[in-house]
Design a protein around this ligand. Structure first.
Ligand code: SF4
Length: 169
């Protein structure tokens, strides 16, 4: 693949990471490998499917794993790195790397919208957990608050956890 294309994409992703209050993995070669992986998927499927998961090729099923996937923020909060290790937290140390438990269930299309709470069956609807930014009102439909609000930039401590009852309609 064209190296210039990969490097340009790495710089774009670096900006995306900074917007979320994160950074990219400290090993540049590892980062390029992952970015190249989803660029291959972009050419193959037409979307940036996660470079370390086997996409189904069905855009609806794969929606949850378009990079950055819907699990990224929760994985960063719980493990300090996303499932692939492309995004890491500011204080991430490679020697502390943990195995990130897979949250994606390709048959649970609803994961593209909301991640189930721990213990809740993947893809089911029940109590939805979200975090609301107390400054700008941004709502993150996630188990953990984002480290940084993507809209106004305040930290996780300014988010309030809420639970909502949800039905199948
Ligand atoms: S696990 Fe990381 S690299 Fe894979 S889709 Fe999620 S954010 Fe992107």
């Amino acid at each position: 693949m064209d190296r210039e294309r990969v490097r340009e994409e790495v710089e774009r992703v670096r900006r995306v990471a900074a917007q979320g209050g994160y950074r990219l993995h400290p090993d540049p070669a590892f980062v390029e490998e992952l970015v190249e992986g989803y660029l291959v998927n972009r050419d193959r499927y037409g979307y940036d499917s996660c470079p370390c998961r086997l996409a189904t090729g069905d855009p609806e099923k794969d929606r949850a794993i378009v990079c950055p996937c819907v699990f990224r923020d929760d994985d960063l909060a719980d493990y300090g790195a996303c499932y692939c290790g492309l995004y890491v937290t500011e204080d991430y140390e490679e020697e502390d790397r943990q195995v990130v438990v897979e949250r994606w269930d390709p048959d649970a299309v609803a994961q593209a919208e909301v991640k189930p709470s721990p213990g809740e069956k993947a893809g089911s609807f029940g109590t939805l957990t979200a975090h609301v930014c107390s400054v700008c009102g941004y709502i993150a439909a996630k188990e953990n608050a984002p480290r940084k609000c993507p809209v106004c930039g305040v930290g996780a401590d300014r988010f309030t956890r809420i639970s909502l009852a949800a039905g199948k309609g």
